[in-house]
Ligand binder design. Sequence first.
Ligand code: SF4
Length: 366
Amino acid sequence: MKATTQRSEWHRTACILCSVNCGVEVQIDGGHITRVRGDRAHPGSKGYACEKAQRLDYYQSSRDRLQTPLRRRADGTFEPIDWDTAIREVAAKLAAIREAHGGETIFYYGGGGQGNHLGGAYGAATRKALGSIYTSNALAQEKTGEFWVDGQLYGRPRCHTTGDFERAEVAVFVGKNPWQSHGFPRARAILREISTDPQRALIVIDPRRTETAELADHHLQVRPGADAFCLSALLAILIEEDLLDHDFVTNRTSNGEGLFQALRTVPIAEYCARAGLAEQAVREVARRIARARSVSIYEDLGIPQAPHSTLNSYLSPERIPVPGAHRRTAARHAHRARDPSPTRTRARGVERRGYEAAPRGTRAGA
Ligand code: SF4
């Protein structure tokens, strides 16, 4: 940013504080972002920007932010060096490691994965030049269970899914408060739209009475740590009341009978009680999900940061074939290649560990 830029001039850019990456316009003065507003021309966010975007300059200009590369001295302290020197020295050390041990011994961590994807594009080129084949990112700290379940369901963990909440008839949030954490474009506007439309429904499964729960048609205020009982009971009701999409089960799934049989043994009333929920409330939620023309479901950090997180990901209702959950539109779909686990790429002819790649953009159930 140049200090000479006119203050009143708006510049189009994107917010990088979360994965939604809303389009924003900013004014700049003296190298600082002084004003921020949503970019109405942005096709995804359509002028929406949450309050966090107003703090972009705080993050951009933090006094703790490094202004120059630092090189460690022999005594353990750091000295500032210029970029050309830093890049030349780091490149030489990486090249030496590659020559001595092979590029696959260089592990790459980062490249986006959450809000800041800027490093991703450059990271891919760097990895290719080095021959680095093992990667991971920040999602490894929080989404491993969910990715593992996606791997079991879709054939590989990179096939992570998201919901089309803008168009879904029923939106379900499990351990998530999008009023604050967003996670999809125009979150607050969409939540208001769903909550005021009598043809649509907002369902929240969360121990907390969050802002999203305040708007919900159904709030299952599950006992903390008892999500597995709640989710098991929910799935068991779908089986017991025969609310599944049988065409989908027959034509698009395999080996489901073992799961269905296990769910038939779930003591629904007892599990609801252990989850601190009225059985009737859980049944109403199951029926509303099952009769929806389209349903989008989002589990978030309330699941991975609670006990039995991988089990809860496995039990998430988004993975059970109800009629509205596997549509091409307004349901859920693969949204990008995100993989928190160290894997091998196929680019260098190395056998891939784990899961074979599915075409990018493959839609669930399509
Ligand atoms: S939802 Fe908020 S934090 Fe996320 S990208 Fe948009 S403005 Fe930034």
